[in-house]
Design a protein around this ligand. Sequence first.
Ligand SMILES: Cc1cc2nc3c(=O)[nH]c(=O)nc-3n(C[C@H](O)[C@H](O)[C@H](O)COP(=O)(O)O)c2cc1C
Length: 168
Amino acid sequence: MKGIPGAIALAPGAGPPNLAQHRISEAVPAMFLVYLSRMVCAPEAVPQIVATARAHNAKAGVTGLLLNDRRHFLQVLEGPQRAIADTLLRIACDPRHADLTILVSEPTEARLFTRWTMASQPFADKRSTLAGFVATLADLDRGARLPRLQEFALSQCPPPAGPAEGAA
Ligand SMILES: Cc1cc2nc3c(=O)[nH]c(=O)nc-3n(C[C@H](O)[C@H](O)[C@H](O)COP(=O)(O)O)c2cc1C
């Protein structure tokens, strides 16, 4: 995918509610934080993690994406700085994962996941792993890391419901 539009409104499908209901403006400047952590729980635990995350995030104005490849989590958190800090503090203490490493934490003009209090997707690239992807970031300078992570996150988010625009 080329270029990162400022804000991507994904079709909600059967996913979480449109955040407009929670008075979250797409224009509000937000922090964009991504971390990698080692899974210490079974993949079967993920739906419960996501359900809790969505309930909290809807109240806190946090949006994002949670990927797992059965070994690692890679999570994107977007939202007001204070809400991100509070959420991360809780997440960091969670015994269902370990070795949490923040890959990027920067202000962003617009969110990528405006309609997802927490999108969730298994990472299913047979040629790579989440840790493998993260290792490739080491070759990038700091300025290139944020756009690369945004591009990656968008490429991994759940597909919108219905056929893509322009699909044959
Ligand atoms: C990989 C992972 C991602 C999580 N993501 C979130 C999140 O986005 N928001 C959130 O509030 N809690 C998230 N949690 C859950 C928190 O760590 C914590 O268990 C939860 O916020 C506590 O909620 P409770 O006090 O209602 O039980 C996550 C946990 C894990 C293991």
